[in-house]
Design a binder for this molecule. Structure first.
Ligand code: NCD
Length: 333
């Protein structure tokens, strides 16, 4: 695909070569993300960061990524602080905000809303999550992390996706991205009521991959390279009581890991993990487990989002031109 000026709304836009390109640019971003070098390649550019649903990582890492490339960030969070609370349409908001920004990142609770916004926007839009639909930048950073963690080609990968596979947009985008590789084996572990929508499973099978569906955590995690755990998406349920029925159903802790997983199985989660006692899908006792990749995964979000901005604003090959060393104390790892 041609990245320059493109909106990133769905993982369906990508071919394997596009993903390789994003990852190659992401690799080059490491010294900047680690604050060893600074670049001003996006000096003068403005990111409009519009988040209408709670977010920590996605919002802040999009903002940091843009800042690290030398650009400025303007933000609006929640409906209450935006004119949408006064009845403004997505169309009008998009027309206005795209006059103030060079690229916009947006998260919104409704499926398809970010696409609708992008159609009215005068600048590229990156989908930071639209309801239960898609979260393409998360899927890219997940795949980037998987590749780094397993240290070999993604072909032949075995992955278990666990938890709320019905409403979880990260697993929806990730499974569709994995479709582009060869001979993938996916184990889907969820309560029957929260299973992965059939259309995603069909697409995988049609593309020649194998998909296994299970309601038992211990069945699913024994023979995979990656265990990808997810949170019950309580905000998408009709009531809290309904969400509570499923909370805490599939808990991974060190004891279960030691007993059932292979010693090198990598543990991932898009975060936030729900650390309240009734949930705890990834127990804190895994924190010292070297295969717990969740914080490396979150760090990788900055690299991948820097790469997306550099490609969309067409400066990927100019990043190093304005590079200089930093002169403040910086972390070395
Ligand atoms: C996810 C999301 O918002 O879809 N979080 C994230 O962006 N890292 C997952 C979640 O909220 O459970």
């Amino acid at each position: 695909m041609n990245f320059a000026g493109a909106s990133i709304l769905s993982v369906d836009q990508f071919e394997r070569a596009d993903i390789e390109k994003i990852f190659a640019v992401a690799d080059k971003m490491e010294p900047y993300a680690k604050r060893q070098l600074v670049t001003r390649v996006l000096e003068g550019a403005i990111l409009g960061n519009m988040f209408f649903e709670p977010s920590t990582r996605t919002r802040v890492s999009f903002g940091c990524a843009f800042n690290l490339l030398g650009g400025e960030v303007r933000e609006t969070t929640g409906f209450k602080s935006s004119a949408i609370a006064k009845g403004e349409s997505l169309y009008d908001t998009a027309r206005v905000l795209s006059g103030y920004s060079d690229v916009i990142c947006m998260r919104h609770p409704e499926s398809g809303s970010v696409g609708e916004f992008a159609a009215a926007s005068r600048v590229p839009v990156v989908n930071g999550g639209d309801g239960a639909n898609e979260h393409p930048s998360q899927a890219l950073l997940d795949l980037y992390t998987i590749q780094k963690e397993v240290g070999r080609s993604l072909d032949g990968l075995r992955i278990a996706m666990i938890g709320d596979l019905k409403f979880g947009r990260t697993v929806h985008s990730l499974i569709r991205l994995l479709k582009l590789y060869r001979n993938i084996h996916v184990v889907l572990v969820s309560p029957a009521e929260l299973s992965m929508p059939e259309s995603y499973i069909e697409e995988m099978r049609l593309a020649g991959h194998s998909v296994e569906v299970s309601n038992e955590l211990t069945d699913g995690i024994g023979s995979v390279d990656i265990v990808y755990s997810t949170r019950i998406q309580e905000e998408r349920f009709e009531s809290q009581e309904e969400a509570d029925l499923y909370r805490g159903r599939f808990r991974l802790n060190q004891q279960i890991y030691t007993k059932y997983c292979q010693p090198n199985t990598v543990i991932m989660h898009p975060l936030p993990r729900d650390s309240r006692s009734g949930a705890n899908e990834l127990d804190n006792d895994l924190n010292q487990n070297p295969n717990l990749a969740i914080f490396r995964q979150a760090d990788n979000g900055v690299l991948v989002r820097m790469a997306l901005f550099a490609l969309i604003l067409d400066v990927a090959d100019q990043v190093d031109k304005s590079a200089r060393e930093v002169n403040w104390y910086h972390r070395r790892t």
